[in-house]
Design a protein around this ligand. Structure first.
Ligand code: ASP
Length: 331
């Protein structure tokens, strides 16, 4: 499989890339933004991330190709990331200052603006499933802490001990909390499905050494996640406080809808001008209602990938990247 990664290499800057309209379906994923210096030049470690991004896209592709709906694809992709210790979500999540794990997740559907989120949960194996349950089974948008854990248990969602989320790597951090972590890897997925509906989802362990029940942007609808069929589906990653202050996910949809900016232009402005001026580090993935994609970041890298199929055509385009370079994967 890895040989496919090296078929074509295209250099891209910031938000890239795609002008075409009329896509039958589109899936875009991220596995977090941050300092990836060194990783790209390490063939063994980078291949693990490329392979994980490739697998995530294939999972979404299988669902969307057969007419599956956006939420199904977004949840399956995010479950895959949550169960993969490479990423800062679910197993592999970063730890709090107390050496425990508090996870956040959210999901939103653009067809009716329905949304669900959980924040600061400690025992739900796959927080995105709990976010979806909040959306579909309650009149609320966000549940937090113990109440959210209890709700998920009542819904029959798989529960785990808090230390399930630890990995040998995070155990080392817990042992030496004084050392700054380089771990980035919040995960996200945005989808335009065959029905023409947009869906966005995000899941994270949050920021390393977070204190006092801190909640970032990932479960905040409008900050870390947003979807509206009249504009875009967006999932963010980075220093959450800045993404909340700038209401980044909604901001992008608003620029697209009211200023009529193309998705790439709006995304690039928010990440590389607005957030950059305020030292807000991170990036986002977005797809608009016509299937155009944006993936800007102002950090040195962002684990990311996309796959789309044109209407009426058989061919699919699939690319993954870590730093500035995107790599084509043959389908
Ligand atoms: N945005 C997440 C948070 O602030 C962290 C990340 O994306 O790395 O909790």
């Amino acid at each position: 499989m890895l040989r496919n990664f090296f078929l074509t290499v295209i250099l891209l800057t910031g938000g890239c890339l795609l002008q075409a309209q009329n896509r039958e379906y589109v899936i875009v994923v991220h596995g977090g933004a941050g300092d990836v210096a060194g990783l790209e030049s390490d063939p063994v470690r980078s291949a693990q991330y490329y392979a994980a991004l490739d697998s995530a896209l294939s999972i979404g592709d299988r669902i969307l190709a057969t007419g599956g709906e956006g939420p199904q694809a977004v949840m399956a992709v995010i479950n895959y990331f949550e169960n993969n210790p490479l990423f800062n979500a679910g197993k592999g999540a970063t730890c709090t200052a107390d050496g425990t794990f508090e996870l956040d997740a959210s999901i939103m559907e653009g067809k009716d603006l329905s949304a669900g989120a959980v924040a600061g949960v400690k025992t739900i194996k796959n927080p995105i499933n709990a976010a979806y349950a909040v959306k579909t089974k309650t009149p609320h948008v966000m549940l937090s802490g113990t109440g959210a854990d209890l709700f998920a248990a009542e819904q029959g969602l798989e529960q785990v001990d808090n230390m399930y989320f630890a990995t040998p790597k995070t155990m080392k951090w817990i042992d030496k909390l004084k050392q700054e972590s380089k771990k980035n890897g919040t995960v996200g997925c945005v989808v335009l499905d065959k029905q023409g509906n947009l869906t966005a989802g995000t899941s994270t362990g949050g920021m390393f050494k977070k204190k006092w029940g801190r909640i970032g942007d990932s479960p905040v609808i409008g900050a870390g996640t947003y979807a509206d069929n009249q504009s875009c589906a967006v999932s963010c990653t980075g220093h959450g406080e800045y993404f909340i202050r700038h209401a980044v996910a909604f901001n992008l949809c608003a620029r697209y809808k009211f200023l009529k900016e193309p998705v790439e232009e709006a995304a690039d402005y928010i990440i590389n001008v607005e957030l950059n001026a305020n030292e807000g580090n991170g990036g986002l993935i977005a797809v608009d209602k016509d299937g155009n994609i944006a993936m800007p970041f102002n950090s040195t890298g962002m684990f990311r990938g996309y796959l789309y199929k044109e209407k009426g055509g058989a061919a699919k385009e699939k690319k993954v990247g870590i730093g500035k370079t995107m790599v084509s994967i043959a389908e």
